[in-house]
Design a protein around this ligand. Structure first.
Ligand code: ZN
Length: 183
């Protein structure tokens, strides 16, 4: 059964992404690493990655955006292999409150994601079980206009994967999910 909010979001985003499609195929072509050529930040004309694109990485960090349509602005993060630590910052660019449209960024193995979501579903506001050892990294849950970040050791995602990042707010990971890997 698909919760109604997801269906609504799907209707809004059909044109954008793989809403409702099965998982991405195993043989995904690696996306080009753009970390070493990221341009300096420009005050105007920001060009956030599309929902189907790679997050912009610079200085062993990236900034994801989450919006009121239950979307991140990127679907993959390539962590440069010379980074020993990596920071993910989340900007909630929407306006809805945390209880209605909370977003966070959780990093785990893909295999652990369903269990993390199930055990955290009833835990408000963070929707993560306290001390969940399967969680490699997680920002706090935030509402519209807020920002949060987390830094973690890249060694934790350098071994057996695949690893993913996702929002643990109930239902959101159907759209708010991507891959993260050391490259
Ligand atoms: Zn969310």
């Amino acid at each position: 059964m698909i919760p109604r909010p997801i269906l609504a979001a799907c209707a809004l985003t059909l044109a954008l992404a793989a809403c409702g499609k099965p998982e991405a195929p195993a043989e995904q072509v690696a996306e080009p690493a753009i970390s070493t050529v990221a341009p300096p930040a420009q005050a105007e004309a920001p060009a956030p990655a599309s929902a189907s694109g790679a997050a912009i990485v610079a200085d062993c960090a990236t900034t994801l955006e989450g919006n009121d349509a239950m979307q991140y602005n990127a679907s993959s993060i390539a962590v440069p292999k010379d980074c020993t630590q990596f920071t993910i910052r989340l900007d909630h660019v929407g306006r809805m409150p945390i209880a209605a449209m909370g977003h966070d960024v959780v990093v785990s193995s893909e295999a652990d994601m369903p269990g993390i979501l199930a055990d955290g579903m009833a835990v408000a506001p963070d929707h993560l079980k306290p001390g969940d050892a399967r969680v490699i990294a997680a920002t706090r849950m935030i509402g519209g206009g807020e920002t949060a970040s987390v830094t973690f050791d890249t060694a934790k995602i350098a071994t057996s994967g695949p690893f993913v990042f996702f929002c643990s707010f109930p239902g959101h990971s159907a759209l708010m999910k991507g891959t993260i890997s050391v490259q």
